[in-house]
Unconditional design. Structure first.
Lengths: 882, 118
């Protein structure tokens, strides 16, 4: 560079000289004319550097492409190897990515609200018989809202189902949707803003305010076609016209994905029930306030509850109940108890990935073995060690890329499938699950890491090759082969061990599932249809009217052809909808400050037990009653009777709700029913008749919402349209909903267990298959390695059986070691299944023994073929071969 | 001596290419060639000459090679590549079109102007 510039200056100076200048002036003039030499030099140097860099980059890129092209060709020449590796990687990565995306979307991703870590759920812990946790009552919520300063804002809500009627005078099909009543402060607490219209004003949740409603995006699209003019019109909800003031955005689904609309929740301080914990509370902590501090503050104010909202309940009872406020992150509230299930699934997917990787590593080792000679030849011909290694790295990278891409495609399909979960398996926040950037990045990392780790082993070993040694050896040298065989054997043992863990998990789930299915639900679901009807309170204000509706409905349904029995209940079996109450039994008096235990209640019509096949064990069913003369009779379940009068006769005894009010008389005992879930023990419950005398007045108390149970001779679905028609005839504005054959409900009760069983089962099958193939591969290769040895043995007189046994023994030993290791791992890991198991312990010996047997069986199968092959070795041919 | 108003990098590269189309030369030779043809009306800004040569070399329009000059000094000689020849023609055509358009605009009188504001 400098030389070039110097040349230029010299030439210019010469030119000037030839024009008559003297040498000194000529040089100066040349310099002057040129300008700043340094500047030019720097500029040229920078340009030069850039060009160098670009050239180097192009070179590297070219080299990379060449490697890639060559690697592709080599991989194409070994289609079995390539497909096997791609399939394994795709399977492992796909499964892990799919499950991880669900785990991330449901468990890890922050809630879609502004500053979600400031949001907390407000509940209470309580220590009375039957429950340990309660939510908020209107009393506690108002108390906290009045006094506390830890929260920037708070809100409360309650879910319920409502009937939708006409919009703006236009009749629509009556429909039942899920709604949430919310305080006006809830949306501001969540910082949720409607997409259309406005949110609730602070005065709109007060008594006597103008009735309004906010729609969900889903409802708006589905029912109103996304028409923006719906805002301002009046929508009839449960018989009351409400003005639609806004529509929420598509991503807002709180508190549940199926919430269709929000209505203001009116809390009246003068009419509070401070001990009815029916609401959910949400708060937004002020900046800098911790959940613990907030909790302490709430605990400080709670003792004032009965001062500000008086109730005829002794103070000591509240203390004995140990009611304490709890402040938990809102995400935990939303996620609920699904966490365990999801982490287990992720664990299973990871195990699958590990097994797949072990297998891929094994395949790579074989491939490297075959390439041993080739590497040696290439190196002796002058190829640098680096170039050779780069070649194998390129192959590994290509396979990793291919496997990763296929895996992501598989994951995509898997997530789609998971989103359409079978009914009964409720995953919260499922709508937020998708293959997003973070998940894809995790998948990419996983695939690269696993594939590289797996392929690096043989590549690194190849480094230690000295060409001379390799070329001198015969192609089937025992020493190098055995070394690699050892590594493969270790891998196979690992695969068997991991597969055992998966299969053991499946076995445990299978036993749980079988156990659950054996649980007698207590009722006969055959041929039974259930559906729900809900009567709006405005229209059915008088108990007599409501009762007339139910009785009219039942009479007509019973008259339908094919119907054996029909009844009405406000608690359909195996659903969560029910009421509890503190119950005091007359001849079990309580200590002065003792809290009466809680018991579930249900209101049923008199044909209920016949319709559901629940036996009446003692006494009789209810005597006829009507709204004018409501009944004071109750029936109790067997376990209730056993609890209070073990062996004795409960007939004629009395009980009441709470500590005051009317006494009810027990007239009969009925069989136990699992009303909430099969895993939980049958409830100790109390049945009231439809027209039951209310606890604190002389009016009848008739349920407004109930399930209709219809027992048919044949297919329950066949009678459904007729029942719907009857309801419509009785009241056209009433929708029926949740129509299900009871068999399906029973099926759903085991849905969660069945789902986990299915997932684990699939993973186990795949793991078993991979493990078997791995074992087979090792043994088959071992046979080919030991061909000479086998040939010699046979030539020296060993029988075919002895040779087979030799090979088979090796296989069984490998499998046995794997099983042993697997059992240890299983014992350590299956404890995580604890929450999902029913009736079986995580280290159930039957399950473990069965699993071990199955794996050994599979191993024997995998050894059979190579053992046979060994027996068929022709000694002459084997000895002749190199 | 009239100096060109502004030496755009584009124009200097065009001039270099043209100069080299007469045959390989070193940097000084190129500068001198341009000066002589332009009759000293165009003054090559020498500070931009060498960066331009480097750029052209990086693009692959010229190649460079060390050689010996006519007065027995070591110098870097530049030659036009086939790609460079093509580029020269393209740039030349573009330049001529530019000049033509400018001429048309400048020759327009108020009578021939198709649009007038106001």
């Amino acid at each position: 560079m400098d030389e070039e510039l110097a040349f230029h200056l010299a030439m210019r100076a010469e030119l000037y000289q030839s024009q008559g200048m003297d040498p000194q002036n000529a040089r100066d003039a040349a310099l002057q004319r040129f300008g700043s030499v340094d500047e030019v030099r720097t500029r040229c140097i920078t340009l030069g550097h850039e060009r160098e860099r670009r050239m180097k980059r192009m070179e590297a890129w070219e080299a990379g492409r060449q490697h890639a092209r060559y690697a592709l060709r080599r991989l194409g020449a070994a289609p079995g190897f390539t497909t096997a590796v791609l399939a394994m990687l795709a399977l492992g990565i796909g499964a892990t990515t799919a499950v991880f995306s669900v785990v991330y979307g449901v468990l890890l991703r922050p809630l879609p609200f502004s500053e979600p870590d400031r949001l907390v759920g407000l509940s209470h812990s309580i220590a009375i018989s039957g429950i340990s946790k309660v939510e908020q009552s209107d009393g506690t919520y108002m108390l906290y809202q009045r006094h506390t300063s830890s929260f920037a804002s708070m809100g409360a809500y309650r879910e319920r189902d409502v009937n939708l009627g006409a919009l703006g005078g236009q009749e629509m099909d009556a429909e039942r949707v899920s709604a949430t009543t919310v305080t006006a402060s809830l949306f501001p607490t969540l910082r949720a803003v409607p997409e259309l219209g406005r949110g609730f004003r602070p005065d709109e949740d007060r008594k006597g305010a103008n009735p309004v409603v906010i729609l969900s995006y889903g409802l708006w699209q589905r029912k109103f076609g996304g028409d923006p003019s719906v805002v301002g019109r009046r929508l009839v909800v449960d018989g009351q016209a409400r003005e639609v003031i806004g529509v929420m955005g598509p991503g807002f689904r709180y508190p549940a994905a199926h919430t269709a609309l929000w209505i203001p929740l009116v809390m009246d301080p003068s009419d509070a029930s401070p001990l009815s914990f029916n609401f959910y509370g949400v708060g937004r902590l002020k900046p800098g306030v911790t959940a613990e501090r907030a909790r302490a503050e709430l605990a400080g104010y709670l003792p004032r509850l009965l001062d500000e909202f008086p109730m005829p309940v002794p103070r000591e009872m509240m203390e004995k109940a140990q009611l304490r406020p709890q402040v938990v992150p809102l995400r935990d509230v939303v996620v609920g108890d699904v966490g365990g299930l999801l982490w287990i699934l992720l664990g299973a997917a990871t195990l699958l990935l590990l097994i797949a990787c072990a297998n891929v590593a094994s395949l790579f080792l074989v491939r490297a073995e075959g390439a041993h000679r080739e590497i040696a030849v290439r190196m002796s011909l002058g190829a640098g060690q680096r170039a050779v290694l780069a070649q194998y790295l390129a192959e590994a990278l290509l396979l990793a890329l291919g496997g990763g891409v296929l895996g992501v495609a598989l994951a995509f399909a898997g997530v789609r499938a998971l989103r359409t979960l079978p009914a009964g398996v409720e995953l919260p926040r499922l709508h937020e699950v998708g293959l997003d950037g973070r998940v894809l990045a995790a998948a990419a990392v996983a695939s690269l890491a696993s594939a590289l780790a797996v392929s690096l082993l043989p590549v690194l070993r190849a480094r230690r090759i000295s060409p001379a040694v390799v070329l001198k050896e015969s192609s089937r040298s025992a020493t190098t082969g055995r070394d690699r065989q050892r590594a493969r054997s270790v891998l196979v043992v690992a695969q068997v061990a991991l597969a055992l863990v998966l299969v053991a998990g499946s076995a445990l789930m299978a036993r749980s599932f079988a156990g659950l299915r054996q649980v007698q639900p207590g009722f006969d679901a055959r041929g039974v249809l259930s559906l729900r009807v809900s009567l709006p309170r405005q229209k059915y204000a008088a108990p007599a009217v409501t009762l007339a509706f139910w009785e009219g409905l039942l009479a007509q349904v019973r008259a339908l052809p094919g119907v054996r029995a029909a009844a009405v209940t406000d608690w359909l079996p195996l659903t969560y909808d029910h009421s509890d109450s503190a119950v005091q039994v007359e001849d079990h008096p309580l200590a002065p400050d003792e809290v009466p235990p809680d018991h579930p209640l249900a209101a049923v019509s008199d044909g209920y037990f016949a319709a559901t096949g629940v036996p009446i064990l003692r006494g009789r069913t209810f005597a006829r009653a009507d709204a004018a003369h409501p009944s004071t009779e109750v029936l109790v379940s067997r376990s209730f009777a056993a609890r209070y009068w073990k062996g004795g006769d409960p007939i004629g005894k009395r009980l009441r709700q709470g500590l005051s009010g009317r006494w009810y008389t027990i007239v009969g005992v009925v069989g136990d029913v699992h009303l909430t879930a099969l895993e939980k023990p049958a409830e100790e419950m109390i049945y009231y008749p439809l027209a039951s005398a209310s606890a604190d007045s002389s009016d009848a108390q008739v349920p407004h919402g109930a399930g209709v149970v219809v027992k048919t001779a044949g297919d329950p679905a066949a009678v459904a349209p007729a029942v719907r028609a009857i309801v419509r005839r009785l009241d056209p504005a009433l929708p029926t909903y949740d129509e299900r054959p009871m068999q399906a409900v029973l099926g759903d009760a085991v849905a969660r267990t069945r789902f986990v069983l299915l997932m684990l089962g699939i993973a186990s099958l795949v793991a078993l298959a991979i493990g078997a193939v791995g074992l087979y591969g090792v043994l088959a290769y071992g046979v080919s390695l030991r061909r000479r040895e086998i040939g010699v043995r046979i030539a020296l007189g060993a029988t075919a059986a002895e040779v087979s046994r030799m090979i088979a023994r090796r296989g069984v030993v490998l499998a046995a070691v794997g099983v042993a290791a697997g059992l240890l791992a299983a014992v350590a890991l299956t404890r995580f299944l604890h929450g999902l198991l029913y009736g079986v312990s995580p280290t159930d010996p039957v399950a473990l023994a069965g699993t071990s047997a199955m794996l050994l069986g599979v191993a024997l199968l995998a050894t059979w073929l190579p053992a046979r092959r060994a027996a068929m070795v022709d000694p002459m041919e084997a000895l002749r071969r190199d | 001596m009239a100096k060109s108003e502004r030496d755009l990098y584009g124009t200097i590269e065009l001039l270099i290419l043209k100069a080299l189309s007469f045959g390989p030369s070193h940097g000084f030779g190129v500068a001198r060639c341009i000066e002589l043809i332009a009759d000293d009306e165009l003054r090559v800004e020498e500070g931009s000459l060498y960066p331009a040569l480097y750029r052209l070399e990086a693009e692959g329009w010229i190649t460079a090679e060390w050689g010996v000059s006519e007065n027995r000094r070591r110098a870097k000689f530049y030659t036009l590549t086939p790609l460079g020849t093509r580029m020269l023609h393209t740039q030349e055509t573009r330049w001529r079109r530019f000049v033509e358009t400018m001429g048309r605009v400048l020759a327009a009188t108020s009578a021939t102007a198709p649009y007038r504001a106001g």
